[in-house]
Design a protein around this ligand. Sequence first.
Ligand code: S3P
Ligand code: PEP
Length: 434
Amino acid sequence: MLEYPRELPIQPWNGPPPRASVRVPGSKSLTNRALIVAAMAEGPSTLTGALDSEDTRVMVEALRTLGVGVEHDAKSATIRIQGCNGRLPAREATLHVANSGTSLRFLTAMVATGVGTYHLDGTPRMRERPVADLLESLNGLGARATSDLGTGCPPVTVEARGLEGGFASIRGDVSSQYLSGLLMALPYARTPTTIEIQGLLVSKPYVAMTLAVMRDFGAKPSERKFRRFDVYPSRYQGRQYAVEPDASAASYFMALAAITGGTIVIEGLGTESIQGDVAFADILEHMGCTVAREPNRITVAGGPLRGVDVDMNAISDTVMTMAVVALFAEGFTRIRNVGHIRHKETDRIAAVASELRKLGATVDELPDGLVITPPEAGATGPAAIATYDDHRMAMSFALAGLKVPGVTILDPGCVAKTYPGFWEDLDALRSSSA
Ligand SMILES: O=C(O)C1=C[C@@H](OP(=O)(O)O)[C@@H](O)[C@H](O)C1
Ligand SMILES: C=C(OP(=O)(O)O)C(=O)O
């Protein structure tokens, strides 16, 4: 991995507004889904355009620990997986997933299809991120899964003897990753399974992505209004799979166009993308940007921005990007229905509120959102921005530094969770636009 300084002063964007094309690295969510499904599949798979970051490395390492053959060629963004055809080789394993929510939730469900004893653990923050509802559902399907410290969070132990199938209900309002993990594991249950969602389902587009990847590898799950899901016993088939660029990562460059008044073309993401976060461009359009959408490309051109009132439940990884764009809009912005982001890398509502205030904004922190009123005379520095070990705090607030002199990002290395080359890509954009 790359080396990072302890803090990074951000130089304001002094040159002409950028006119550039950007292709961000592969999607974390699609890489980690494809890895899980390919690992369980019959036959080999090759993932191209795969993300190489902390979250995908911990997933690759965990699969190797489970005895699945995985070769990762980071230079060519290719990962080769020898599928285990639904029979996990390891009977006993301890998996360390750092602070990767997808890895923890997806692997917990996957190991329940095995026969043996599996332990999963992560960073201190991972030990505060809930998983109890997933454990409960797995227990109803034939596993013995426990939160070792009785906290409802990792570390987790799964004593597995394969999943029986039948009926499961799962809570949808804390994290959609429980449902995604269950869905991907269930083709390997002994009998068909019906899953019903209790309460609201957050982050719906991620569940659609899960179904899409399962279908791409040959399973045939069905769904009714995203309230009920049916999965039948089957086998995934190994294949070549092209991972789309990461739409959440692309939000930083869309936002850069919005606040600098430049034009940025996002390559490899467009109307054909299966990632919900491409809809970040729709919000920018409401704020005053011009957006052109093609099947594999989105062009965002900045303009005078006005505040918006927006429900971001479905695309909550872009809340922090939006919060920083709001600093440079006319009038206030209200972000609604994202209470679940308090359970992510950090309490993201609280973190955004504290750091925006350092730049002069007035921020009302709501239980499930934020109201951001930009300072009348414009945002001002200097400000040392704390990042809370949250990659998205670092990448979002770097954008503020392009407009406000004196912004320093503390612990810029936290971007390695999903976008290790972010600072280099930002510098490259700057040099190509000078
Ligand atoms: O399934 C996924 O790939 C993800 C689902 C979302 O989490 P929640 O469902 O917990 O909101 C998202 O925030 C995360 O970055 C990735
Ligand atoms: C919430 C995130 O990740 P995860 O839940 O996979 O740790 C994220 O990448 O913003």
